[in-house]
Design a protein around this ligand. Structure first.
Ligand code: AMP
Ligand code: ZN
Ligand code: FE
Ligand code: FE
Length: 277
């Protein structure tokens, strides 16, 4: 019913916004958030496609930030696109610079690749590098590309340009967006119970409790933490399109069967923020 975490071809998803909307409609999704990495360029096409399917598009983003020197993703729902435009341009340019650095490192290691040319509205990510490694015949799967080269400790890995989680949360709030910590149990830079209070201090308003890579018991812990800190709860399949070789735990659109009611509190929080701004 509700799907609050998806990627399109504007970042590292494999479906265009239109294809994503069509698939979501057939899977029974009624409200679909577009949360590409560091770009909101997919919203427009998604909204146009959604009109003929009676589907509601929730405008969103997944910001790439750094916390304790590790990558941390912060979802933002209902940002004002005009306010977010300039800061995002800088983030996307940073992703282009980072992708080029990874290409250069791979070349130095003896694994030259060519990235498809990507316009400035699209945000390149490691999956694009993995695909290029596969296309060049240096690996036999994208998974192998992560394992040998571009995983967090890989020889060709390049971190995001510096942008702290606190800065990301503040930016989202300035732009009227509800900041939500994406997939806390995929974070590798600290213990959830210790990191969360610091994010709350920085203005975090919600937690992505329901995610395919969270276990049931992790979801229970997150629900309790949300109660404790007065945070709203979201969830989504983190869908990147049909995968040639699915990872353990990958689910399809609407795979989590989330209630539309979760969206009400996100909307209320956004309205509250925008009233203040
Ligand atoms: P980036 O933000 O450019 O560092 O890329 C992060 C994205 O890469 C995630 O959203 C996943 O889609 C993908 N990813 C991260 N780690 C792996 C992995 N070990 N295997 C396959 N895909 C991965
Ligand atoms: Zn991704
Ligand atoms: Fe993420
Ligand atoms: Fe994601």
């Amino acid at each position: 019913m509700l799907e609050l975490h998806c990627h399109t071809t504007f970042s590292d998803g494999t479906l265009t916004p239109q294809q994503l909307v069509e698939r979501a409609a057939t899977k029974g999704v009624k409200a679909l958030a577009i949360t590409d990495h560091d770009t909101i360029s997919g919203w427009h096409e998604a909204r146009t496609a959604a009109q003929s399917h009676g589907l509601e598009i929730v405008p969103g983003i997944e910001l790439s930030t750094v916390y304790n020197e590790r990558s941390m993703h912060i979802l933002g729902f209902y940002p004002d696109p005009q306010k977010l435009k300039a800061p995002l341009k800088e983030r996307i340019q940073g992703r282009h610079r980072r992708a080029q650095k990874m290409v250069d490192k791979l070349g130095e290691l003896g694994y030259p690749i060519e990235l498809p040319s990507m316009p400035g509205t699209m945000a390149p990510g490691r999956p694009h590098i993995a695909k290029a490694l596969l296309a060049a015949g240096h690996v036999t799967s994208q998974q192998e590309a992560f394992q040998r080269f571009i995983g967090d400790h890989g020889p060709a890995y390049v971190p995001y340009e510096k942008f702290t989680a606190q800065e990301g949360i503040a930016l989202l709030k300035r732009c009227g967006a509800v900041p939500v910590w994406a997939h806390p149990y995929l974070f590798r830079g600290g213990i959830v119970e210790e990191v969360l209070p610091e994010l709350v201090e920085a203005g975090l308003m919600g937690v992505e409790v329901y995610h395919p890579q969270h276990s049931i018991s992790e979801e229970r812990v997150l629900e309790e933490l949300c109660d404790q800190y007065g945070l709203l709860m979201t969830g989504g399949s983190d869908y990147h399109g049909p995968q040639p070789k699915p990872k353990a735990g990958d689910v399809d659109l609407n795979g989590l069967q989330l209630s539309l009611e979760l969206l009400d509190s996100v909307k209320q929080a956004a309205t509250g923020l925008q009233g203040k701004g």
